[in-house]
Each structure stands twice: as C-alpha cells, then as structure tokens.
Design a protein around this ligand. Sequence first.
Ligand code: NAD
Length: 520
Amino acid sequence: TTGPTTELRTDPRAVARAALRACGVDPDRPAPPATSPTTGGAAFDVVSPLDGQVVATVPAAGAADVEAAVAAAHETWLRWRTVPAPVRGRLVRRLGDLLTEHREPLADLIGVEVGKIRSEALGEVQEMVDVCDLAVGLSRQLEGRTLPSERPEHRLSETWHPVGVVGVISAFNFPAAVWAWNAALALVCGDTVVWKPSERTPLVALAASALLERAAAELGMPAGLNRTVVADATGAAPLVDSPLVPVLSATGSERLGREIAPRVAARFGRAILELGGNNAAIVTPSADLDLAVRGIVFAAAGTAGQRCTTLRRLIVHESVADELLARLSTVYSGLRVGDPFDPATLVGPLFSAATHDAMRAAVDEAVAGGGSVVVGGERVAVGPQRAHYVRPAVVEVPAQLDVVRRETFAPVLYVLRYREFEEALALNNDVPQGLSSAVFTRDQREAELFTSVVGSDCGIANVNIGTSGAEIGGAFGGEKSTGGGREAGSDSWRAYMRRATTTVNFSRDLPLAQGVDFGS
Ligand code: NAD
C-alpha cells in the first residue's frame, strides 16, 4: 500500500438504508416484493466494496422458491400475453418515470453495492430509463411482415407472439441496467420475467423490482409480472432447467455461459448469452492522440476496469507507442482513486478481495512472461484496509501471452506494439472473446478495413471512440466466447418473442408449393 490513507466519508450502511426506504423497500427486512416469497431461511450478506463491511442481509431463495416463482410467472403470463402491446407499453412508460424519479436512491445503491463513481451510477440508471423509452416505442412496432406467396390467391405472413417466462440472470457490475435491458423489452413483448440478480448485489434489484410492482399497481395491471429471486447458482437451477422458461438471458462470465448453455440447449430453450469481453483498441500512426488518450483512459480505467466492455488490450503502432505510453502514464498517475461518492473521484474500489488477488496474479504472470509495468497496479489506501482500492495498471507485453488472452475483471491494460495494420487486426481478433473493439485513426482506409468483413470480429467495432459506453439504440453483445447474444436495441426484441408463419388460402383450389402434384 502506498500513499497516505484517504478518508472515506460515505457511510455505506446509512446510504443503503435511506435509499432502500426511498424506493419502498423495508431497510430492516430488505426482501423482494411479496410476489416472490422466500421460504428457506438462508440469507446473503451484502458487502460494500467501499469499506468491506456488511451493509444488509437479504433472504436467499432456494430452488423450491425459484421453481414456485417460475410457475407463478407462467400463470401470470397466460393473462399478460392477451393484453395489447401498446397497453403493455404504458406499464413500461410508468416504470421509466419511476426510475427517473428515483434516480438518486437507485444510484446510491449501485454506488454502495458495486462501488461505481456517482456519474457512472447515475449513468446506469439513465440506461434503464433509455431502454424503457425504446421499449415504449417498440410496443407499437412489434411488426411482422407479409411476403409474396408463389401461389395465386394465397397470403403469406408472419406474426410475432409473446414467448412466455423470460429468465434473467445478471452480473454484479451492472446490477440493475442488465435487468432493464431485458425486462423492459420482455414486458412489452408480452412476456413475464423471473430475475435472478447477482446475490452479491441484490439491493438495487429489490429497489427496482419494488418500483415495477408499484407501477403495475398504480395502473391496475397484474402483480408479479416480474419476480425477483435472490439465489446462488444452486438455487437458480430451475431457471436454467425448467421448460417453463423458454428464454434465458444470462449475463456474466464465460464460466457461467459454459455451465448453463448446454443445459438450456438440452431442453431446446433459447439462451441469450452476454459473457466476458477482452476488448482491444488499435492506435494507428494517424490517430488524434489527444482524443485517443481520453478514449483509452475512460475505457480502461473507468468503472475501475470492471465493465464487460472495459479496454483490456491496446495495440499501438510502434511509431506512436512511446509518446502514447508517456501520456497515459502521466494521466494514470493523476487519476483520483477513492470514495466513489466524492465527485472528484474517477476510480472507485475493486469489487472484492478476489478481484484484487486476480489483478495481482495477472500482473505477475504478465511480468513473468516478459512484460513490464508502465504505471499503476499498486494499492491505494482509502478508508479501512478491508476495502481494495488500486491505481489502474498499464503493462507492456512482448506478445499476446495466455494471461492477455484471458479476461481478468480488473483494471489492467496490456500494451502491444505493431508494424503493419493487418498485424494489428490479427491481434485484435486473436482472443477467445468477441465483445467490443475500437480503432483510433484518421485514415479512412484503416477505419473502413477495421469495420469490414476482414476487420474486427467483435459485436461492437468503434472508430475514434473507446470500447465501452454503448448507447441503447444499437444491439449490444458479442461473438465467440462472449456468447453471441444481442440485447437492448435494434431488432433484439425478436429474441423475446416467437414467430408464427401463416399461409392463408383464399382461392377455391389447393395448389401445393413447389408445384407438387398429389392427385386431385
Ligand atoms: P459471474 O459469472 O460470477 O455471475 C454472473 C451471474 O451468474 C450471477 O448472478 C451469478 O450468481 C450467476 N451464476 C453463476 N453461475 C451460475 C449457474 N451455474 N447457474 C445460474 N446462475 C449462475 O459474473 P460476475 O462476476 O457477477 O460478473 C462479471 C462478469 O460478467 C465478467 O466476465 C463480465 O465480462 C461479464 N459481463 C458481461 C456483460 C455483457 O453484456 N457481455 C455485461 C456485464 C458483465
């Protein structure tokens, strides 16, 4: 640990209690709305990364509770699917309004549970509001098509119908927005939702669920359209395995995807997988370095390196590498690490001791592989020693070592030098993950190549913008071991519906397709 201890002015427990109360959750017994009772007696302690102390204890849902929630959500769906989509949209509009009204307490909970700085915590709530807006618009646009039939006096069309219960498993680092991406769309699509938030960050989930229940009650709509179950992997099993959950949207590590994807496939369910990333940015000789530095620092050090889209690999042309590294070094050294509720702070705590261990192990492995630390990596003393604050690290590596090809969910940015653009593209793609990527260039040929068929193989390919911080309108997700799912924008709503193709014959004859003759 280096440097003097910075004061932690925030009292996470007091902030969490006030925020829960403001959102209609009893801070003395924080639990999901009554539509999701828990019966097991077990409980999860919620530890704040700000000071490493327990801020609340939440009852745990066991497998029987989750199974009951799925069954109840299925019953509710049988009614909800018949409500016209634009009427369903009203519920999501009211949810968006309530989220806006409660943005401060919701951001408080995200700050306390995840350790996000204020601006990013508020940004996460804004993302929930934005996806509600998108969903309300979609509620009048869930359109099918009419296609030309090859047969006379026939009509060929497709219709999209609600699919059933959508399971949502979310990760700790976007403890509320991931649910909104899924739930806002699923609800207008006529589905019901069973949400299993990370058991390590359940408080904002309880708050958001309570606001949705309130929206439904105000509008006279059914209770329990969303049921929130705070469970661990064992308790969550029915969500993964039940045939009453036709769509399971799961956000988390590649390990999570490997565990659940075969189980969902075994019952022919549909999985929307949003898994780990290992995102790179290429900095070319023509790059605007002022802009690149800003884009890189936000993407690599923002959220203390704990976003799926965090920039983890920097692929720099050798002609600009020294200058860029010098500039990054200066900026990194001055990054304010500390209490995330302090408006001057840019880097809050790591989520846990395990995150800190993983970060140190990764840096050690990179150094053992011939790498050298350019800046950062050291612990910064903030408040009690149970918390883990670090200066984000930049580590230059001689090649794409094994450790570089893995996602370490901590603020470590690996730097590689390149000579030819094709070599940079190959490095960008030579990892198992395929979530986000970026190029900083003023050369149109390079920008076009990067976004072309032979360019980045990721779900997100940006030009002169970092890898993180996507907006809601585009489809979000990645290829390869990131899982292939797409959420939030564009036509991703289709994943929450089933398609019926209908041929209507309004002739007096029965012509068969492909001209097949079956007698007459
Ligand atoms: P994690 O995989 O440990 O847990 C994610 C969620 O899955 C939690 O709710 C957890 O309880 C649950 N889970 C784990 N195993 C399960 C099982 N067998 N059955 C049912 N549920 C199970 O991930 P985390 O540490 O919470 O989050 C960090 C990871 O999430 C990183 O890898 C990050 O890249 C990824 N992430 C991806 C995206 C994306 O959109 N692609 C977004 C955010 C986070």
